[in-house]
Design a protein around this ligand. Structure first.
Ligand code: FHN
Length: 455
């Protein structure tokens, strides 16, 4: 009876979608050129990734066992059956969730956009999904549409709201095919095991869910897919999904995991015709600059989802230097937070966000809207560039009191970014360019020297 009721609802929702058409399409949204569409994202440089779901209650531990790797994989790593795992969405009640406070923390850290896991591999949806009962409104006692609250808080505070969506779904019967009511992760990686029901999941569940996200929550900055590696998901589906999204919201940006081109954790596409607007290196930063658009996503400790046993926190200094390193190579930095099951950011994350905010407040000019420079990375740090200005980011402040710049840099004027009225002396010969700097580094982490170039 319950199943019948659900099927009727799904059919009604589908009919409603067909009859109303794409709400956004009809609004006559001006279709931007690709460069115009990517502009905000290219300038933004720094965003917050949020991994939050029913796994945040588990925290990566079951009895005496601790999950290896990311705690958002608890369902698989801690050997839950689908039935066992369902009790976590049924328990999900993060009474301390405060969307405005989350957005304020991102904003104060200098982040310009937020990407939240609307549905991770566990399959539990954090919004009011009409095509699923496995969501925050129907399954959990929380009954608050998290995506709605967060999207509204972002809009209020001028932060671009973006959603992550996992193609992999360990809960949906059609995504698991003949294995259901069991699931098996290895199956997904083996091209010889075909799930005949996956196309149905793609058409009748994934696409309608993605459509809900794009129709009910205002402008979506980025749709960030994940789970592209499973063999059931095809490049044809990827291209179809990309076009589908751009039909609903023409100016949305979509990551390259929508298609099948990504080369592992390195994150960039192999040669070929693949959909997607930017590459997605994961937990790594390329050695040199890359000419196309890319964004490195990274955890603060070793886990995406909340995992209190993981104490391997990167230092604030390291994170600031990573931000600079990434920008100096033409990329964006998507830095992760794994809130707990009550809706709180871990204290360690908050401290790191605060430290990054201190730095970006003083030095943001050298990062936002900046790009890679033509000069190779110096031993003491990195260069970024904005028009006629080079920013020298010094990680290792010279004890000698002189900083050696690339020999081709023709200095018109050099100052500390934080002391614009005091010009630094420079000396240029055909072999080297030296800048006289104070003995003490102005910043404990990364000090920035602003260099206006002579024409
Ligand atoms: O399996 C996921 C993982 O849990 C996490 O979401 C990261 C974030 O980029 N992506 C996947 C692995 O590539």
């Amino acid at each position: 009876m319950k199943m019948l009721k659900k099927s009727i609802i799904i059919i009604l929702v589908a009919l409603l979608h067909i009859s109303t058409g794409f709400a956004q399409e009809k609004k006559n949204v001006k279709k931007l050129s690709d460069d115009e569409r990517m502009e905000w994202w290219r300038d933004a440089k720094f965003g917050m990734f949020i991994h939050w779901g029913a796994y945040s209650i588990i925290g990566g531990e079951r009895d005496t066992k601790i999950a290896g790797g990311g705690a958002e994989w608890a369902m698989d790593k801690l050997d839950y059956t689908i039935e066992d795992y369902e009790k976590y969405p049924e328990m999900f009640n993060p009474q301390l969730f405060d969307a405005d406070a989350w957005v304020t923390m991102a904003k104060n850290a200098g982040m310009k956009y937020i990407v939240i896991t609307s549905k991770h591999h566990e399959g539990f949806a954090l919004w009011d999904s009409k095509v699923s009962d496995y969501d925050v409104m129907d399954t959990s006692p929380f009954k608050r549409d998290i995506i709605k609250e967060l999207s509204e808080a972002c809009k209020k505070q001028g932060i671009i709201f973006c959603v992550y969506y996992s193609i992999v779904d360990w809960h949906h019967p059609q995504a698991q095919g003949n294995l259901y009511p069991n699931y098996n992760i290895a199956q997904h990686d083996d091209p010889s095991v075909v799930n005949p029901k996956f196309p149905k999941y793609f058409k009748n569940y994934m696409k309608p869910q993605v459509k809900e996200l794009l129709t009910n929550y205002g402008d979506i900055g980025v749709v960030w897919f994940d789970g592209d590696w499973i063999s059931d998901y095809t490049t044809e589906m990827g291209k179809e999904l990309y076009d589908f999204i751009r039909e609903i919201q023409p100016n949305t940006i979509v990551n390259n995991r929508v298609d099948k081109g990504r080369m592992g954790m390195e994150g960039m596409d192999a040669d070929g015709d693949f959909a997607g607007d930017f590459g997605t290196p994961e937990q790594e930063i390329p050695d040199t600059g890359i000419a196309s658009d890319w964004e490195a996503c990274m955890t603060m400790n070793g886990s995406w989802g909340y995992k209190p046993s993981d104490n391997k926190w990167k230092s604030s200094e390291d994170l600031i230097q990573k931000l600079v390193d990434i920008v100096s190579k033409g990329g964006n930095f998507l830095l992760n937070i794994g809130p707990d099951g009550f809706g709180r950011f871990p204290a360690e994350s908050i401290r790191r966000l605060n430290a990054m905010g201190e730095w970006t407040k003083k030095n943001g000019e050298s990062v936002y809207g900046a790009s890679a420079s033509p000069y190779e990375k110096p031993k003491w740090g990195r260069y970024t560039q904005k028009g006629n200005v080079i920013y020298a980011h010094v990680f290792d402040w010279p004890k000698s009191g002189t900083l050696k710049l690339h020999k081709d840099i023709k200095v018109k004027k050099a100052t500390l970014l934080t002391a614009p009225n005091t010009e630094l002396k420079t000396l240029g010969t055909s072999r080297e360019v030296l800048v006289e700097v104070p003995i003490l580094a102005p910043d404990n982490t990364v000090s920035v020297i602003k260099i206006e170039l002579a024409k």
